[in-house]
Design a protein around this ligand. Sequence first.
Ligand code: ATP
Ligand code: MG
Length: 139
Amino acid sequence: MKKVKVCIENLAEFARELLDNLDGNCIALTGNLGAGKTRFVQEVAKNLDIKERVISPTFVIMKEYKIISDKRFKKLVHIDAYRLQSEDDLKVFKIKEILENSENLIFIEWPERLGQETLKSCKKLSIKNISENCREFSY
Ligand SMILES: Nc1ncnc2c1ncn2[C@@H]1O[C@H](COP(=O)(O)OP(=O)(O)OP(=O)(O)O)[C@@H](O)[C@H]1O
Ligand SMILES: [Mg+2]
């Protein structure tokens, strides 16, 4: 496992690097409230030239953004599973089908709510708050 300290001014570069080296199409983001999960996805979206404002999908659970400038991915899917209650909720947005489509780039906040089995294909990235503008990213 790698551990790196990434401060806000280097977040864009770190997001780019992670994306370039990503095999697979899914990243499970763990970390406390306010760790920087959503902020990381926003940086990735910027890197992919997504012009829409990427906001936290806490209340809608899932948001999708069209990607036009990437060779691999056509859609960014941002999931915040924080409010999911039961297995039934999964069916609402058909997570398995979303994961099976390799043209989807998927980020999942609070993956603990979905379970290991569903997300076994996802790369794990965990974020720890170490100071106001710096985080420790482990992956
Ligand atoms: N190096 C950094 N990386 C990421 N975020 C940072 C960093 N430094 C400061 N921040 C700030 O920390 C805050 C993180 O909030 P964010 O909404 O991304 O957290 P979250 O992990 O998604 O929380 P939640 O579980 O509530 O959804 C943002 O205001 C962001 O600008
Ligand atoms: Mg968030």
